[in-house]
Design a protein around this ligand. Structure first.
Ligand code: HEM
Length: 147
């Protein structure tokens, strides 16, 4: 995981450095999230998983805090993503589709550096969520059958 620096001053310096290098900031991330979740809700595979979200502004605000912490090092997300997905019965296909859509939307919204910064983190977190939520899925791919 990414270590969040301890002081607000140090975090602000790092946020400015990321913005200067990648063009990412809170407004660009929120606009990206609205486009990404707009598309995810319409997606035949992902859409049904989002059916129970009643307040989309609240959901986007939570995700904006999450991505602010992950990508801009703001440190203001304090939720538990693993628990939030536990009841959704997600499969490896959900994760593959989520990442494909995330990548296409990121490349359309951000600079090359910005998309790379977001994608590196999205892939790492998706892998860790997938391994936590679907414990047998990844080892099973490489498992040998008994002779
Ligand atoms: C694999 C496909 C995915 C689907 C269908 C999905 C769906 C959802 C849904 C329905 C919620 C709301 C849960 C609730 O409040 O009851 C949620 C929350 C969330 N998701 Fe996902 N998700 C997926 C993958 C991911 C990935 C890969 C990430 C991060 C890289 C992510 C980050 C989050 C975060 C941060 C929350 C908010 C957790 C909180 O309430 O603090 N999701 N997701």
């Amino acid at each position: 995981m990414i270590a969040i620096p301890e002081t607000p001053e140090r975090r602000a310096v790092l946020t400015r450095e990321v913005t200067a290098r990648t063009g990412l900031d809170a407004a660009a991330i929120e606009s990206f999230l609205r486009a990404f979740y707009g598309a995810a809700r319409q997606d035949p595979l992902l859409g049904p998983a989002f059916a129970d979200i009643a307040d989309w502004d609240r959901h986007i605000a939570t995700l904006a805090r999450f991505w602010g912490s992950v990508a801009l090092m703001t440190g203001d997300y304090h939720g538990q993503p693993m628990q939030a997905h536990a009841h959704l019965a997600l499969t490896p296909d959900h994760f593959a589709r989520w990442l494909t859509l995330f990548e296409a939307t990121a490349r359309a919204h951000f600079t090359e550096q910005g998309a790379g910064h977001m994608l590196e983190r999205a892939r790492r977190i998706a892998r860790s969520l997938e391994m936590g939520l679907i414990p047998l899925a990844l080892p099973a791919r490489g498992r040998q059958t008994a002779p």
